[in-house]
Design a protein around this ligand. Structure first.
Ligand code: 13P
Length: 281
């Protein structure tokens, strides 16, 4: 099964009304776990790494692992660069074979976000890749380093943005935040519905960790087709390794390595079922 674009994965999700998980991977182990979950459940999958994470997982190392894993997978896999702001990194990801990039200009005035996104769309197209962008601002921050205030996406902004950029997927802020939710998330489904009516591209939900299965499914009904998940995978890895260390004082390195793979697999598989992308191949 080939490495595919975000557009091709999301077109199918739109037709059959399910969501596709975009799972952050940090290393070979989490990549193996995520692909295993997708293959076992016959689900398409998106593997992603965010620009802020490159200090932990350098692009020239993690990128080839992701692309190679995708090329060898038995299910369709998109390899996506998440929250790109630096054009050089975006180009490097495309050179490495990523099939989708996000340009995050959500902190910029709308016009600047539009013009920079158009630049990225043009570059991505020259590689045959898809582009995601964001309007409004998802709260929290990708690496928990700051507490960015959420700015709910305005319907008119989303419509203008789409008209000028024609991006392949649009990330929206509807009460979702990156990282651990400090209080129960209250997603604005009416706003989501209204945005979906004026934007022809599939919508993206960032901050997927900590949202209930019921809310995921309601989001999918209202136009969300790509759901980003990172914290849930990281936390499950830490929890499972801690448990393993408590129970196995003398375990060797490879036992820990398998524990990381299994924990990533378990979390990704649960999300695939919640998004109903299983048995779609
Ligand atoms: P979480 O860490 O909250 O799952 O968010 C992931 C995300 O949106 C990456 O872009």
């Amino acid at each position: 099964m080939p490495l595919v674009t975000l557009k091709s994965i999301l077109d199918k999700a739109e037709q059959a009304d399910y969501g596709v998980g975009s799972f952050s991977v940090m290393n070979m182990e989490t990549t193996i776990g995520a692909i295993k979950a997708a293959e076992e459940t016959n689900s398409p999958i998106i593997l992603q790494v965010a620009e802020v994470r490159l200090k932990h997982s350098p692009l020239h190392l993690i990128g080839p692992i992701m692309v190679e894993a995708a090329q060898k997978a038995k299910v369709p896999v998109c390899v996506h660069f998440d929250h790109g702001s630096n054009i050089d990194f975006i180009k490097q990801a495309l050179e490495l074979g990523f099939t989708s990039v996000m340009f995050d200009g959500s902190h910029l005035p709308l016009e600047q976000n539009i013009s920079k996104t158009c630049e990225v769309v043009k570059i991505a197209k020259s590689y045959g890749a898809s582009t995601e962008a964001e309007v409004g601002r998802v709260g929290g921050s990708e690496d928990s380093s700051e507490d960015i205030e959420m700015v709910i996406t305005k319907i008119r902004d989303a419509s203008d943005f789409y008209e000028h950029t024609q991006i392949d997927a649009l990330a929206v802020a509807i009460g979702n935040v990156h990282g651990v939710y400090k209080r129960e998330p209250k997603l604005q489904f009416q706003r989501l519905n209204d945005i979906d009516k004026v934007v022809a591209a599939p919508l993206v939900l960032h901050g997927g960790s900590g949202i209930t299965v019921e809310d995921f499914r309601q989001c999918i009904k209202c136009g969300i087709k790509k759901i980003n998940v990172q914290t849930a995978t990281l936390n499950n890895v830490v929890k499972r390794v801690e448990e393993f260390m408590r129970l196995n004082e003398k375990a060797d390195y490879f036992a820990y390595q398998h524990c990381i793979i299994d924990a990533a697999y378990e979390s990704v598989k649960n999300h695939i079922t919640a998004f109903k992308s299983n048995n779609r191949i």
